[in-house]
Design a protein around this ligand. Structure first.
Ligand code: URA
Ligand code: URA
Length: 335
C-alpha cells in the first residue's frame, strides 16, 4: 500500500473512532446501516420507499432527548448515557405527545395511520451491532429550533478534533431553520471565524448574489458547513475532521428537514454522497441524501477563480428553483 493511501486509511479510522466514541458517549445503542430500510417514526406511514430525513433519527441523537419533555432542556448535550439506557419505547413516549401538536411539519403533512412502536432494543450492550434505529420525538418548529440551539452550544465547546485549537469561535449556521432549501459549504474561512457566521466573506457575497438572482433571501435558506471550525491556511478539512464534525451537520439537516440541499463544492459532496467521481461529473445532477434531493454545484470560491463556471451554477440553481416549485427567472444571472 502506498504511503499516501496508508495515511488516508489511518485518518479515516481515526475519524470513525472519534465518531463512534462520541456516539457511544451520547447514548447510542445501535448503528444504522446505510441503505437499509428504516422504520418510520411513530405517526408516519410505514410504506415510504425512500428513507427520508424525517423518517431517520440519528442514533447519536442526544439533542432530541435533551429537548424532549422528558428531559429538561438544560441537560448537557453530551452527558454520558445513563447506566441503564432508556428503552426505545421509553424514548418513543414523547413522540406520541407531539403527534397531536398544532404544527404539522411539511414532511408529515400527509396523515397516516399510527404504526406500531419500533421493536424495543432490550440489549443495550449490543452497541453498534444492531441496525435498529432509535427514534427521537417528532418535533415542532420551536422544538427543532431549541434543539439546534443546543447543538450550537455543543459545537461552541467542541474539542473533538484539532481544528478547535485554531478557531476564534465555531461557526454554526445562518438563515432560517424552517427553510425548504439547505446550503452546505466546506468550512469557515478567516471572515467567518472572526464574525461567527458562515459565508460572510468574498465567497459569501457571491452566494448572496446567487440567492438574490434566485429571488430569495437569507430567510429562504439555511446555510451551514461540514466543518464548524476554521482549518489552518484555508485548507479543506481532513477526512478525520469531517468525520468528527459531520454529525453536527447531519443533525442540522435532520432538524431543518429541507426539501432540497445544495452541496457547494467537493468537501460537502464527498461528505454527503460518499461518491468519488469528479465534481464535473457530479455537478448539475440530482443526488440524494437520506431521501432529500441534493444538487451538487461548484463552490462559490471556485466560481470567483473561474467566472466562466458561473454559467453552470446558474443552470444548477434553476433546477433547484424548479424542484422547489418556485418561479425560474428567464435568462442568465448577471452575478
Ligand atoms: N467557504 C465555505 O465553504 N464556507 C464558508 O462558510 C465560507 C467560505
Ligand atoms: N474543487 C472544489 O473543492 N470545489 C469546486 O467547486 C471545484 C473544485
Amino acid at each position: 500500500m502506498a504511503d499516501g493511501d496508508r495515511d488516508e486509511l489511518a485518518a479515516l479510522i481515526r475519524g470513525w473512532t472519534v465518531h463512534f466514541d462520541w456516539a457511544r458517549e451520547s447514548g447510542a445503542t445501535s448503528l444504522r446501516r446505510r441503505g437499509a430500510p428504516s422504520l418510520p417514526p411513530i405517526g408516519q406511514s410505514a410504506n415510504a420507499s425512500t428513507v427520508s430525513v424525517a423518517a431517520v433519527r440519528d442514533e447519536t441523537a442526544p439533542l432530541q432527548r435533551a429537548a424532549s419533555p422528558a428531559t429538561p432542556p438544560t441537560a448537557p448535550v453530551s452527558a454520558p448515557a445513563p447506566s441503564a439506557p432508556k428503552s426505545v419505547a421509553a424514548q418513543a413516549a414523547p413522540v406520541a405527545a407531539t403527534v397531536g401538536a398544532p404544527e404539522v411539519d411539511r414532511v408529515r403533512a400527509t396523515p397516516s395511520p399510527p404504526t406500531a412502536a419500533p421493536p424495543s432494543s432490550s440489549d443495550a450492550t449490543a452497541l453498534f451491532s444492531d441496525p435498529k434505529p432509535i427514534w427521537g420525538p417528532v418535533t415542532t418548529s420551536e422544538e427543532r429550533k431549541k434543539s439546534l440551539a443546543l447543538i450550537e452550544d455543543e459545537a461552541r465547546a467542541c474539542r473533538r478534533c484539532r481544528l478547535c485549537d485554531g478557531r476564534t469561535q465555531s461557526v454554526f449556521a445562518r438563515g432560517n431553520h424552517d427553510a425548504e432549501l439547505f446550503f452546505v459549504g466546506e468550512a469557515p474561512g478567516a471572515d467567518e471565524d472572526r464574525i461567527g457566521k458562515p459565508f460572510v466573506g468574498a465567497a459569501g457575497k457571491l452566494l448572496d448574489r446567487i440567492l438574490a438572482a434566485m429571488r430569495m433571501t437569507e430567510d429562504d435558506v439555511y446555510i451551514a458547513n461540514v466543518a464548524k471550525c476554521r482549518p489552518p491556511n484555508n485548507r479543506p478539512p481532513e477526512p478525520d475532521e469531517s468525520m468528527a464534525c459531520g454529525p453536527f451537520l447531519e443533525r442540522q439537516i435532520e432538524l431543518v428537514r429541507p426539501r432540497v440541499i445544495v452541496s457547494w463544492g467537493r468537501t460537502p459532496t464527498s461528505f454527503l454522497l460518499k461518491k468519488s467521481e469528479s465534481m464535473s461529473r457530479l455537478r448539475g445532477r440530482w443526488h440524494e441524501y437520506m431521501g432529500v434531493p441534493v444538487l451538487v454545484t461548484w463552490h462559490p470560491a471556485y466560481l470567483l477563480r473561474n467566472p466562466d463556471a458561473k454559467r453552470d451554477t446558474w443552470a444548477d440553481m434553476k433546477l433547484v428553483l424548479e424542484k422547489l416549485g418556485r418561479p425560474v427567472p428567464a435568462g442568465r444571472s448577471d452575478g
